[in-house]
Write a protein that binds this ligand. Structure first.
Ligand code: CDP
Length: 228
């Protein structure tokens, strides 16, 4: 039995983080939501009243940005300059700014270095956009999650309403499509399926079903006899 690295990438609102967290709990692994790290940078900028990225001012604005991660069980808590951030990071405007921030090469490099450090010992499930392609191209298991747009809108809409964030289905659809487009077309680390990733279409799956499928794929690798 060996601790493996599981990379889950895919489109917004396909259930990546919830699936990754569920798989991590079943396997006793650590779940790292890389998107939350980009969202943390965006949250910090929003505190500084930045709504759109101006690359020239960014290094100075980010000079006092400090990101700390603390393991609690199978979860990773995120602190920005000492403040614990949770639901704040799910705000739609943070998602949009995160997707802008994530196109900045030096900031990406900084976060990717941190992601690799967190995963170096294995026993992790990391979800994002470039985990199987850039962060851990040698990951033991790569999953690429997709779902049709109606299913994704419905899920994200319900999630936001449940968190007390007022929105409409139209606004959610616009936000998801805008981010997908930006994530797929940016020059660095674009959202792309790794050639060796397994596709998981979640349009008609429930969360427990998604978790069960990925866990089964992982267990086959974890319990495989090691090559002699
Ligand atoms: O949960 P959802 O899929 O809506 O978004 P997320 O995973 O929290 O990611 C927010 C944004 O961060 C994405 O739209 C990407 O632009 C960016 N991101 C990225 O560039 N690379 C990653 N590994 C993870 C997120």
């Amino acid at each position: 039995m060996r601790p493996i690295v599981i990379a889950i990438d895919g489109y917004a609102a396909t259930g990546k983080s919830t699936t990754a967290q569920g798989v991590a709990e079943l396997l006793g692994y650590l779940h790292i939501d890389s998107g939350a790290m980009y969202r943390a940078a965006a949250w910090y900028l929003l505190q500084k009243q930045v709504r759109h990225i101006d690359e020239e001012n960014l290094p100075e604005l980010m000079s006092s940005f400090s990101l700390d991660m603390e393991r609690r069980g199978t979860e990773m808590l995120i602190y920005v300059n000492g403040k614990l951030l949770r639901d704040e990071l799910r705000q739609p405007e943070i998602g949009i700014l995160a997707s802008e921030v994530s196109g900045i090469a030096w900031l990406r490099e900084r976060l990717i270095r941190e992601q690799r450090r967190l995963g170096e010992k294995g026993g992790i499930v990391m979800d994002g956009r470039d985990i199987g392609t850039v962060v851990f191209p040698q990951a033991d298991l790569k999953v690429f999650m997709q779902a049709d747009i109606q299913a994704r809108v419905e899920r994200r809409y319900k999630e936001l309403i449940a968190q007390g964030i007022p929105t409409t289905r139209e606004a959610v659809e616009k936000e998801l499509l805008e981010r997908d487009q930006r994530d797929e077309t940016r020059p660095i680390s674009p959202l792309r399926r790794a050639p060796d990733a397994r596709i998981l279409d979640t349009s008609h799956l429930t969360i427990p079903e998604q978790i069960a499928i990925v866990t089964k794929w992982a267990e086959v690798l974890i319990y495989a006899p090691s090559p002699s």
